[in-house]
Every structure is written in structure tokens, then in C-alpha cells.
Design a protein around this ligand. Structure first.
Ligand code: GDP
Ligand code: MG
Length: 602
């Protein structure tokens, strides 16, 4: 295809503002998919997504559109994930296209994810077309929202396209805006091949599928290609485009987006952001690279039944083959035995992986407290600064006497919230050691920007934010760097024995509060035993909080009077089932849920 007849774009939006519905309409109105095959959320329902149960991977569709100028254009839409954990995947797919539709719900206005995503589009030098959606609803207020887009984001919105993705109003206008207002890609057909590796995933029939954007040159079937970063060579098996199902083509030229398969064994062999060129007469300089995505949240995964350790290893290895941003290493815990220390992009990512292990591999897990990476600076010789250790697990915290100081990761958080909940949000941020950087208003919504420690956010910040604002707040964050603070490791002792899987890193000033809260929680979560159980929180050797779980006075079944045998039996069965989800620590049974619940701060 001629470059001037190609338009590559993505759609950026806050969740629920109508991105998927609009994509469906664009596909449908251009007859890309026959009406009888049309189903809702076409892009979202593609296999890869159904498999993961959530929009994580970028999806792509190629649409042919006959414009009002009489010419036929190829429109490539790359769909991007909306969740904060996957901001990195958004940024890399943005670099494969030249423009964005900025979809804003005209009954709601700009939200935190609208901002986060549009900033990525701006950073990728996109031309941006504002699209005001849901104009069919009585609460729609296009003038107000257009003004808000100008005020908050600084994009001219006088020519914003007004649409109802649901009832199909303004779809033609949107297609015309894509053709007339977004730039065509540039590239040199005769130059050596340079293709950007945008994404890759495992397909049960085809093996590893690689999504590429051709920058220069031509990619042909049968060519031998080289991945410039890894140096690996492969013959190209298949080349194709997404309509949105895979359709094979013979070649892809500059500006085009499509896929290749090349008998690549595992997704790990494909580095997102890598440059693909031909083995012979290839490009000399790779494209400007991406930063690899780094796990930021770590936790331990242990089988409830220690006999399932090998099964867990198998499950984790399989999942890791196709998710390069998930890391793992073996871990042993005095309390939990053998397991794995795993790294994730964020909490949602953690939950997705944990659920898949439990659901698809049928292994019950104990998940230890999520932790971030701390920088531990050791004392050197003669007052010289010593080495820095990356601490992924509170259990590995060196003895404090050998430590000079600690640094923790910080984030810049953007929260948008209706006025009436602002007070609660500010209090929450303050409670989590946040420093306010900015507070502005757009209409009846406030936008608060906070500098927060990541460790105060990874656990339940988002849940708390949703609950104090009745779901009306939106939230987004990005990592900003490391800063020194007075952090300590707090251990939890149950019946005088430290349970390493419950250790957490906390700020010194908040340790007592957290310690008391955890002990109280654990007192409710651990069932009574035949003996009294002290539950303590300690820093170093010093106990800072303590609760005592009273002993059972007599056998529980004693309270069923002699005659009622069925009730007695039921009770015993229930106890037995409960036992399955418990792990023994010394003489004490601790239920699986205690490991996560103990950390919640409400
Ligand atoms: P996404 O999260 O941005 O992909 O949003 P969806 O496309 O899934 O839409 C979220 C909800 O808004 C769904 O219930 C849609 O049916 C609804 N929706 C999308 N566009 C419109 C619209 O133009 N008008 C109305 N009334 N509802 C819409
Ligand atoms: Mg969607």
C-alpha cells in the first residue's frame, strides 16, 4: 500500500468511556467483519484476551475505508490496555502509530486514565483528535467537556468529533477525521528492513506470533530475519494482517502493521522494542529502543500443600514462557517451606497470575505480603559508603547494625475526584505518607497530584480510594525514583515464633500503628487452639505490639448435646475442610487468608 493511503492510530480513553464500543463501530461500519460475524467487543473478545480474562495485550485490526475523497485508505488500529499496571505496554504500542483518537465520555469528562494515556500519546508525538462520546445520553454536555479538554490537557477541541458509539452517530465523521486529520506514516521502501517488534504472544496453533510495524524496507515471506538485540536468526514462516482474524499476505511495506511467525520457541526470545531486519544486507543501526518493563511488586507464592511444589514450578515456568514481564526465583521460607519469589508489573498483574495458577493448574496458594524493591546501602569500611543491595523480600533484610541507610521507590499519583469526596482523598493520601504536589479544579472535579511511597500504594490503596469515594475517583501513577527514609523491618511472632512470610517493611513512625493493626487482625483470623497464643509485632528484638488469643475452653463439639449426631458430624467435617487451607507454624494453624488479610489497613 502507498504510504499516503495508510493511517495508523490508537484509541486512548479512561475505562468505560467507550473505547471498545467505538472500535466495534469502526470495524462494523466499514464492513471489515460481515454482519453475521459481528459480536460485541470484538477486539476484547479475541482469544488471547479471553484466555487472560482481561485486556492486557494490545490488539490490532486493519480496516479498509473508502473516504469521501474517493480514495481507499488502510486504517490500522492498535488497541491498548487501560490499566495502570500496563502503562508500559501502552507506551510501546503508541510508538508504532502516528495518531490517537482521544475518547472522552461527554457525560463524565476527563479522568485520571484519560490524562495518563493522552500524555503517552503526546510523548509519542501523536496528532490527537478529540472524540466526545455518548452524545445520545441526556446528561451529555459536549461544550463543557470540550472546554475541559482544552483547560486540563491543552488540546484544541473546537473540532472535536461528537459521537454515540452505541447508536452509531458520528462514526463516518470519525473515519473522515482519521483520514484527513491524522498524518500518513513515513518510510523508505528501498532502504534496508527495519521493523519494530511491538508485541508478541503465544498462539496454540501458530506458536509465537510477533506483531510488527514496518518502518523502512519490505518484509517478505521466506526471508531470513535477525532480531538486532538478541542476534537470533529465523526464516519467516507466515506474514499477515488482522482483519481482525489473521489473514496471510505476501509482504508488508513501510508504514504497515501486521504479524509474522517464524518458529520462535518462546515469547521470551522476542524482546519488545527490538528491531527486526534481514539477515543479509540488513540495517546497521537499530531503532531507538524501549526500556524493558521491570517488575515493581514482589511477593512469595507457596503451595498450601507442600507436596505440590513441583506442580507449582511447572505452572510458573509455563506462565513465564509467555509473559516476559513476570519474573520468578525459588525461595525458601522457614514457615512456608519451598516456594517462589515472583515479580509483577503491579497488583493487577499479580492477581491475574495468581488466579491462573489456582484456576488453571488447580494449586492452592499462600501469597505473602506484596513488597516493593528497596535499596539497602550497607556500611562500608572506615565510614566509607558500602555497596547497595536490592531488597526484594523483607525476610532478606540484613542486620540493621550493618546498614547505613535505606531508600524506597516513590510514585507520582494523579487522582481525579468529585469535590465532595476530596477531603477523604486528601486524608487517605496523607495517611499513606503522601506529599501534595498540586491541587486544581476542573468544573466540579478536583485533580490532586501526590508524591507517594510505592509501598503504601501497592497493597490496598486503590481499594481504599474506591471505597472512600464510592467508586467516583480515578487514579493513575508513574514511578519517579528512589528516596531515603527511615524504614524498618517489622516481624510478626505467633506463639513466640517469627513467621517470616508475614514480615513487612514499614516506616518507623507508622510501625506501632501497623503492628497493632496486624496483631488485632491476626487475632481474629487465627482460630483458637487448646492453648493461649501470643501474637506480637517486633522490630529487631523489641516487641512493639501484642495481642493474646485465648485458649479454647473445651472441645467445640461439646456444645452439641449428645443426641444430635448429624450436627456433630457436620461440624467436624467443616473443621476438616477448614484445615485444608491452613498451614502449621510450630504448634499453630494459620489459615491461608491470614497472610493477605492481616495487611489490610481499614
Ligand atoms: P471501554 O472500557 O472504554 O472499552 O468502554 P466500553 O466500550 O466497554 O463501554 C463502556 C460502557 O459504555 C458500555 O456499557 C457501553 O455499552 C457504554 N457505551 C459506550 N458508548 C456509548 C454511547 O455512545 N452511548 C451510551 N449510552 N453508552 C455507551
Ligand atoms: Mg474496553
Amino acid at each position: 500500500t502507498d504510504l499516503k493511503h495508510i493511517r495508523n492510530f490508537s484509541i486512548v480513553a479512561h475505562i468505560d468511556h467507550g473505547k471498545s464500543t467505538l472500535a466495534d463501530r469502526l470495524i462494523q461500519s466499514t464492513n471489515t467483519v460481515a454482519d453475521r460475524d459481528m459480536k460485541e467487543q470484538l477486539l476484547d473478545s479475541m482469544d488471547i484476551e479471553r484466555e487472560r480474562g482481561i485486556t492486557i495485550k494490545a490488539n490490532t485490526v486493519r480496516i479498509d475505508y473508502q473516504a469521501k475523497d474517493g480514495e481507499t485508505y488502510v486504517l490500522n488500529l492498535i488497541d491498548t490496555p487501560g490499566h495502570v499496571d500496563f502503562a508500559y505496554e501502552v507506551s510501546r504500542s503508541m510508538r508504532a502509530v502516528e495518531g490517537s483518537l482521544l475518547v472522552v465520555d461527554s457525560t463524565q469528562g476527563v479522568e485520571a486514565q484519560t490524562l495518563a494515556n493522552v500524555y503517552q500519546a503526546i510523548e509519542a508525538d501523536h496528532e490527537i483528535v478529540p472524540v466526545l462520546n455518548k452524545i445520545d445520553l441526556p446528561a451529555s454536555d459536549c461544550d463543557r467537556v470540550a472546554e475541559q479538554i482544552e483547560d486540563v490537557i491543552g488540546i484544541d477541541s473546537t473540532d472535536a468529533v461528537q459521537v454515540s458509539a452505541k447508536s452509531g452517530i458520528g462514526i463516518e465523521d470519525t473515519l473522515e477525521a482519521i483520514v484527513t486529520r491524522l498524518p500518513a506514516p513515513t518510510g523508505d521502501r528501498d532502504a534496508p528492513l527495519k521493523a519494530m517488534l511491538v508485541d508478541s504472544w503465544y498462539d496454540a496453533y501458530l506458536g509465537v506470533v510477533v506483531l510488527v510495524r514496518i518502518m523502512d524496507g519490505t518484509l517478505r515471506k521466506g526471508q531470513r530475519i535477525t532480531m538486532m538485540q538478541t542476534g537470533a536468526n529465523y526464516p519467516v514462516d507466515r506474514i499477515g494482517v488482522f482483519r481482525p482474524e489473521m489473514a496471510q499476505v505476501d509482504e508488508l511495506g513501510p508504514g504497515e502493521i501486521g504479524f509474522i511467525t517464524a518458529s520462535i520457541k518462546q515469547v521470551r526470545d522476542t524482546k519488545v522494542g527490538d528491531t527486526i531486519t534481514t539477515e543479509k544486507k540488513g540495517a546497521e543501526e537499530p531503532l531507538e529502543g524501549f526500556k524493558p518493563s521491570q517488575p515493581v511488586v514482589f511477593c512469595g507464592l507457596f503451595p498450601v500443600d507442600s507436596a505440590e511444589f513441583e506442580d507449582l514450578r511447572g505452572a510458573i515456568e509455563k506462565l513465564a514462557l509467555n509473559d516476559a514481564s513476570f519474573s520468578y526465583e525459588m525461595e525458601t521460607s522457614a514457615a512456608l517451606g519451598f516456594g517462589f519469589r515472583c515479580g509483577f508489573l503491579g497488583l493487577l498483574h499479580l492477581e491475574v497470575i495468581r488466579d491462573r495458577i489456582e484456576r488453571e493448574y488447580n494449586i492452592e496458594l499462600i501469597t505473602t505480603a506484596p513488597s516493593v524493591i528497596y535499596h539497602v546501602y550497607m556500611k562500608g569500611k572506615d565510614n566509607e559508603p558500602g555497596e547497595m543491595i536490592e531488597l526484594h523480600n523483607p525476610a532478606d533484610m540484613p542486620d540493621l547494625s550493618k546498614v547505613d541507610h535505606l531508600e524506597e521507590p516513590r510514585i507520582k499519583a494523579t487522582i481525579m475526584v468529585p469535590d465532595e469526596y476530596l477531603g477523604d482523598v486528601l486524608k487517605l493520601c496523607q495517611d499513606r505518607r503522601g506529599i501534595q504536589e498540586d491541587l486544581t479544579y476542573a468544573g466540579s472535579r478536583a485533580m490532586a497530584v501526590y508524591d507517594l511511597p510505592l509501598n503504601e500504594v501497592v497493597f490496598d490503596f486503590y481499594d481504599r480510594l474506591k471505597s472512600v469515594t464510592k467508586g467516583y475517583a480515578s487514579f493513575d501513577y508513574q514511578m519517579t525514583g528512589y528516596r531515603e527514609d527511615t524504614l524498618v523491618k517489622m516481624s510478626i511472632l505467633v506463639n513466640e515464633e517469627p513467621v517470616d512470610a508475614l514480615s513487612v517493611m514499614v516506616h518507623r513512625d507508622r510501625a506501632e500503628l501497623r503492628g497493632r493493626a496486624m496483631c488485632e487482625k491476626l487475632k481474629d483470623l487465627i482460630p483458637r487452639h487448646m492453648f493461649k497464643i501470643p501474637i506480637q509485632a517486633a522490630i529487631g528484638g523489641k516487641v512493639i505490639a501484642r495481642e493474646t488469643l485465648a485458649a479454647l475452653r473445651k472441645d467445640v463439639t461439646a456444645k452439641c448435646y449428645g443426641g444430635d449426631m448429624t450436627r456433630k458430624k457436620k461440624l467436624l467435617e467443616k473443621q476438616k475442610a477448614g484445615k485444608k487451607k491452613m498451614r502449621q507454624f510450630g504448634k499453630v494453624d494459620i489459615p491461608q487468608e491470614a497472610f493477605i488479610s492481616a495487611l489490610k489497613m481499614d
